[in-house]
Ligand binder design. Structure first.
Ligand SMILES: [Zn+2]
Length: 388
């Protein structure tokens, strides 16, 4: 999960164009949960996209050769790929010795672009959409920062710990007095330290564009830290959890997951409820949202679906036209496309094709995973969409 880091994005974004040496940008859906991908179907998709681009490169023989060199690189990569993510993101300009590749756990639309600079817009857009958390694990002497995104937790910086003035017991007649002084020094240090931690959190929230913040540690420390945070950050705190700063990353992850899952569940439920209410509204609703297989496939075909909502793991049989790419949930007479009369192909997974279509047209998808939201969706018509 590197490409979502600001520094990597910045490097890609600021790569200066080399004249006559464009960059090949590839986004390829390799998700093995789609049956045809499990059989390597994404290789064919890549070939088709590359061929299309090659045809568009006219005249200049040098440019064509340049393109072939780049397209051979990605073809070779994909040939030997054993997919572990959902989308392969790759950039290359072989003649300049520049390559970048990464499998990311998100579905992005298939795309091949050949232009002067790496095409990173899909990544930037995905960043706005997917939830990221900053986690601060803190006690009165030590703070550890983590970033959680796409199911992965990453520790950001090493422990910052300046030797604090420790509160310790002293003996002698001055006992009471020195104890107070030490205690006061320790308190001052802690307060300075927590203020510093607050500004480190601020920086990381800015840099990672995280939407949420979780504070972990002894409750008296996390509440003091909370008090010191700027108001804009206070509003982003979604949980305060007890945890030792010595904890292993795995344990931090285990502790925050219920918080994250609860947020996701609540979010899915909100979307599904909103979809059902809007779509069922008498009169006005229909131009804002639809629910049910037939009306949803209709708006997908018309390119009007802005957000397609469907339950994870559900498949619907259907048909599609290989020529005009229209989708149908039932086969019309003689199995012919009602628009162009081509013979239709059958598919076991109409929802997948619909989601590909929505993504390709710049729309979004919401795959509902939580149980109660899925149940509501299934009982109300299985799939639905908000309209543009
Ligand atoms: Zn057709």
């Amino acid at each position: 999960m590197n490409i979502f880091h600001q520094e990597i994005l910045k490097k890609l974004k600021e790569r200066s164009p080399k004249e006559g040496s464009p960059v090949l940008s590839v986004y390829l859906n390799i998700d093995p949960s789609f049956p045809s991908n499990a059989k390597g179907g994404y290789k064919t998709i890549l070939d088709q996209m590359l061929t299309r681009i090659e045809k568009e490169i006219s005249g200049d023989g040098n440019l064509k050769n340049h393109f072939r060199e780049d397209s051979q690189w990605i073809t070779k990569k994909v040939e030997t790929l054993i997919p572990s993510g959902k989308t392969l993101v790759a950039f290359c300009d072989i003649s300049e010795g520049f390559t970048y590749e990464e499998e990311i756990p998100l579905r992005l639309p298939n795309l091949v672009i050949y232009e002067e600079v790496p095409y990173i817009r899909p990544i930037i857009e995905a960043m706005d959409e997917y939830e990221r958390y900053v986690i601060c694990l803190v006690d009165s002497e030590k703070a550890r920062l983590f970033l959680f995104a796409f199911g992965q937790l990453e520790e950001i910086q090493d422990t910052v710990s300046l030797a604090p003035v420790k509160y310790r017991k002293t003996v002698g007649t001055d006992h009471m007095r020195s104890q107070t002084i030490f205690k006061r020094r320790a308190e001052t240090w802690t307060s300075w330290f927590l203020k510093d931690t607050s500004s480190r959190i601020y920086d990381l929230m800015e840099e990672s564009k995280a939407q949420y913040l979780i504070l972990m540690g002894p409750s008296e420390v996390t509440s003091e830290l909370f008090r010191l945070l700027p108001k804009t950050l206070q509003e982003k705190v979604v949980a305060r959890l007890r945890m030792s700063t010595k904890s292993r990353g795995e344990d931090v992850l285990e502790t925050i997951l219920p918080v994250v899952e609860e947020r996701e569940r609540a979010n899915e439920l909100r979307i599904v409820t909103d979809l059902i209410t809007t779509a069922n509204k008498l009169g006005g609703g229909f131009d804002k949202a639809v629910i049910g297989i037939n009306p949803t496939i209709d708006v997908v075909n018309q390119g009007r679906a802005y957000l397609l909502v469907y339950p994870a793991g559900t498949q619907i049989r259907g048909y599609f036209c290989p020529k005009c790419e229209v989708l149908l949930d039932h086969s019309p007479k003689e199995n012919k496309c009602p628009y162009c009369s081509e013979i239709l192909d059958a598919t076991d997974d109409l929802i997948w094709l619909a989601s590909e279509k929505v993504l390709a047209l710049g729309g979004k998808i919401e795959e509902v995973k939580s149980e109660d939201a899925s149940r509501q969706l299934l009982s109300q018509g299985i799939i639905g969409a908000f309209l543009r």
